[in-house]
Design a binder for this molecule. Sequence first.
Ligand code: SF4
Length: 338
Amino acid sequence: MYGFEMGPIRPPSEANSILLRVTRNCPWNKCEFCGVYKGEKFSLRSVDEVKRDIDAMKAVGVTSSSAFLQDANSIIMKPEQLAEILVYFREKFPEVERITTYARADTLSRITPENMKMLREAGLDRVHSGYETGSDQILQMIHKGTTRDQQVRGGLKVKEAGMELSMYFMPGVGGKALSEENSRETAGVINEVDPDFVRLRTFVAKPGTPMGEKVRNGSFVPCTDEEKVTEIRRMLEQVEGCTGVLVSDHIVNLLEDVRGSLKTQKEEMIGKIRQFEALEPFERRRYQAARRMGFVRRPSDMDRLPADLSEQISGIVRKFQTSEQWEDFLNYFLEQYI
Ligand code: SF4
């Protein structure tokens, strides 16, 4: 319709970026929590085709100070081809200050340091990678197709090439059984790699995905909404000597204000989670309900709710007798957000 292609997703931090599709869909497409590209076939796009898209964008006046290369694992392209695209794009859009992309940890671990540096010099500034967890046991369980070792080697290579690394952590993805493992092993990877950004994506078992089916048939017992927040606290408590930033930039995260420098604000972030954990159970649920319905972002927002809305929320909370019903209620909203 626009004369150039556009893939289905980009990170929230790239909301205002030019979206340049260099490959289509996901070459792995087997992660059990992910339904984004299910049924879609991966394909590479030719350099000429992508250059035509760049020309078409330029012709219709697309502009921004940032750009994001789509889809799920752009660096699977031949490095020389991707570099050629980056250089061409930079020539056509000199106003762009930052170019970023998604990349899988296994691909990052295989690319040579020389090729990574070539991509950096061609204009790639930041890599977003869905690590999800640092636990090999959980990575296997969710069919991520990557290992902790690949995460560490790939992540360090990104940083050594002079790019920023933005990794994603998925609290709750190991379920109740592997909750402590998820915190501990993810903190271990963060400590080894020291990524520039650790972005929180709270796990939600979306219906229609293999993990959604496992929840339905009882073979995977999910963490509660509160337990996922506790995982973030435990992860933070085990992070040592890191200089990056914890980012909460998705509505699936329960406490949006748990974010900040891992170097200087770690205790403050842990304190915010402890404050939530210390709320009376009824108040905790009132906050969860208000957050999941989209009225608040942090517990202190509860004081600003109009009195009638606050009373309605209390009424809703009182209706739930069992914790299963309660979690189902919260998940009903969460599923709309992913
Ligand atoms: S999470 Fe990423 S790598 Fe996994 S299937 Fe989805 S798009 Fe592909």
